[in-house]
Each structure stands twice: as structure tokens, then as C-alpha cells.
Design a protein around this ligand. Structure first.
Ligand SMILES: [Zn+2]
Length: 392
């Protein structure tokens, strides 16, 4: 009752959607929204991608899209679909959200098509998700050229019953950068159980889906779908609100994050983001005990203990593959760059540059003014949207 007193009735809130989405597009140029109703004017699907998120993602973010679906709360029935990534400072970055009746093939296909219209795709696009059967069914259809990675925890649940050693080898295999390390971990896993056990279970799913070294696209640090699940948890309160207020509340959160991060980015002291700087500092510490031998003006052999890695500073590559896959120099690369006397930040990928992050959050998200001051054209005002007859 209190929610209805503050935000208005649940039922009436559906009728506000066409006007609200129109105003949202007017206040935020470049935004893409869609509202689909059935033959009885009842809500079928809803989609929102804010203009600022679209520009920021396309210009400055790694081409990874993590998707997830979660149930709405309170009197709302249906599912909230979200697409999220992480910016160069490893912060949650919402790309789009949608509402539909249930997590099935039709809803996921609708959401992913809208997402593709808003963000496009390229040869490096990687979709990360849980193992929901509908996502698996439709990703290949909607994103034929994108890689589709599975969340690390999905397979972990299947491996846990084989014991701690099996879990440790699975983790090594999944997180390995080099195929040789993947092979080693899988051989150890195979040797654990004579009848196959965890090894057989894992190999039922193509390693391209869950092992970083086998993935056809760069997986960076996106081994799980946690970031999308975390975003959904942040929206727990909004998911109870009448539908139009829910959409508004989600846009408000994104607006707040843009404002806060824009302010924070102004204070960055280094050329790279604080999170990239933290990682580089750790690599720098590690690199102090390495011996570096120049093999050519751009290639170096980096040695320590009985290990040896070859770094090519020009192609930004190391035989440990960390630099190649994260676009952030590994400890061997840091040692080589220091030996060369070159600027370390010059060799960090664009995604982690402070200037890029500042640029990403310079595009503001604008609130829609109160209902009384909306200016809605008659063709939009004449659209009826009634609450759906969805079941929980
Ligand atoms: Zn390396």
C-alpha cells in the first residue's frame, strides 16, 4: 500500500510506459527502447538501452556482454533481462535491460535481437551467460559470429562432488592462459578417477565454452557471469516497484553511476585506471627478480628459477599469453619494458587508459522530468498498455 501511495498503482503504471519511454528518448538522444504489446494491448516485451551507455560501450569497453535473467518481485510477474559488462576499472557497466514473461527461447531471442540492434557485434564479441537452455538455444542464431562462454560456476557445481583435487584441477584448466597448462591440468584430472569421473563430465561440454585458453575470443577476466548477477541484486528494491517506476529507478541508478564515476575519473593520478594500476604494480613487484636478455631490439628472453618466457614488445605478446589475452602487460612484459627503458603505460590496452574512462563517463544520463511536465505526441499518448496476464 505504501509503495502504491508513493509510486502510484501497479496497473496504471503500465499505461505510463509509452509516454515515459518517449520522454526518456527525448532526454537521452541515441537511446533505443522498444515496447511490444499483444492483440489485447497487454505488455509482451520491453527493452531499454540508454544512448550514453551505447556510446560509452562502443568507444571504450571490452567487447564482452554478460547476460542474465531474474524474476521480478512483489506484485510484478515476469522476468528482468539484463546485459552488463565491466569498464576498464573493473566496475559494473549496465548496457541494457528488458522485461518479458518468462525465460524461454522467444523472450531471450527478442532480448538478444534488441541488444544486437543497440550494440552490434564484431569478430571479438563474446557473450557470457549461465547455462540456461534458452540462452544456449538462441545465442548462435542471434549472434552467429560471436563466441559464447559459460559461467565458471555452472560446471563447478557439477564437479564439486568429485572432491577438492578435482575442483582444483578444473579451476586450473578453466583459468589457464596457455593450452599446454590446460592440457596438463586436464591430464591430472583424468588420472584422478580411473572411470573418467570429473574429466568425462567436463569434456561433455566443449572446452571452448569454459576454458580461457580454448576460447575463440579474448575472455579477459570474464570467467563468470557474476557481474550480471550482481547488477540484478542491486536492483532487488527496484524490481518490486510499479513497472514504470521500476524502469525509472534503474535509469536513475545508471545516471548516478555515470555522475559518480565521472567525478572519480577526474581524480585519477595515473595514465591508467586505478584497477589497472593495482595489477601493474603487482606485476612490477614480481618482475624485480627476473633476468632479462635482449634478443633483438623488440624481443626479450625473461628468465627466473628454471622458467623462461619470450616477450615481443612490438607485437605486445608473451609466451605466457597473459599479455595477449588481457591486453595488460604480464610480469615478464613489465620486466622487458623496464629493461628497454620504455614507458610502461604506453603498452597498456586502450580499454584501461584513464582518458578512455573519463571519455566514457563524460556522456551524461538525464532524468525524465515529473509526469506533469511531459510533452508526449498524440500518436504516443494514444498507445494503450495493459498489465500482462503472466503467471509467476
Ligand atoms: Zn608473460
Amino acid at each position: 500500500m505504501a509503495v502504491e501511495m508513493i509510486y502510484g498503482g501497479h496497473e496504471e503504471s503500465y499505461g505510463l510506459l509509452p509516454g515515459y519511454l518517449h520522454m526518456l528518448r527525448m532526454c537521452n538522444p541515441g537511446s533505443l527502447t522498444d515496447l511490444e504489446v499483444d492483440e489485447n494491448d497487454r505488455l509482451k516485451h520491453l527493452f531499454v538501452a540508454l544512448g550514453s551507455c551505447r556510446v560509452a560501450y562502443t568507444m571504450c569497453m571490452r567487447p564482452i556482454i554478460v547476460v542474465d535473467g531474474t524474476h521480478l518481485k512483489g506484485r510484478n510477474k515476469g522476468v528482468l533481462f539484463v546485459a552488463v559488462t565491466k569498464d576498464g576499472n573493473e566496475q559494473m557497466f549496465p548496457m541494457a535491460f528488458g522485461i518479458g514473461p518468462i525465460e524461454n527461447d522467444e523472450s531471450w531471442k527478442w532480448f538478444l535481437y534488441q541488444l544486437k540492434m543497440a550494440y552490434g557485434q564484431n569478430s571479438e564479441t563474446l557473450i557470457v551467460s549461465d547455462a540456461h537452455i534458452s540462452i544456449q538455444n538462441v545465442v548462435k542464431e542471434v549472434y552467429p559470429h560471436a563466441a559464447h562462454g559459460l559461467c565458471y560456476y555452472h560446471l563447478l557445481n557439477k564437479i564439486t562432488r568429485y572432491g577438492k583435487a578435482a575442483v582444483a584441477f578444473y579451476q586450473k584448466a578453466a583459468y589457464a592462459y596457455r593450452e599446454s597448462d590446460f592440457d596438463k591440468a586436464m591430464a591430472s584430472l583424468k588420472a584422478l578417477n580411473k572411470d573418467g569421473g570429473a574429466y568425462t563430465k567436463l569434456m561433455q561440454v566443449a572446452p571452448e565454452r569454459w576454458a580461457r585458453s580454448k576460447c575463440p575470443a579474448r575472455r579477459y577476466s570474464f570467467l563468470t557471469s557474476n557481474v550480471a548477477e550482481s547488477f540484478n541484486s542491486r536492483l532487488l528494491w527496484a524490481r518490486r516497484l510499479p513497472i514504470c517506476s521500476m524502469v525509472e529507478a534503474i535509469c536513475h541508478i545508471i545516471e548516478k553511476w555515470f555522475d559518480e564515476r565521472q567525478e572519480a575519473a577526474k581524480t585519477f593520478s595515473a595514465d591508467v585506471t586505478p584497477e589497472a594500476l593495482r595489477k601493474l604494480t603487482a606485476e612490477l613487484e614480481r618482475s624485480r627478480r627476473y633476468e632479462v636478455v635482449a634478443m633483438s631490439p623488440s624481443t626479450f628472453k625473461v628468465k627466473y628459477s628454471n622458467m623462461s618466457f619470450k616477450v615481443n614488445v612490438q607485437t605486445q605478446s608473451c609466451t605466457c599469453f597473459e599479455w595477449d589475452m588481457n591486453l595488460l602487460p604480464c610480469s615478464h612484459a613489465v620486466a622487458a619494458i623496464r629493461h628497454l627503458g620504455d614507458d610502461l603505460y604506453k603498452h597498456v590496452g586502450d580499454y584501461y587508459q584513464s582518458a578512455k574512462l573519463r571519455e566514457a563517463y563524460s556522456y551524461r544520463v538525464n532524468s525524465v522530468p515529473p509526469h506533469a511536465s511531459w510533452i508526449v505526441p498524440t500518436d504516443v499518448a494514444s498507445i494503450y498498455v495493459l498489465p500482462p496476464l503472466w503467471k509467476r
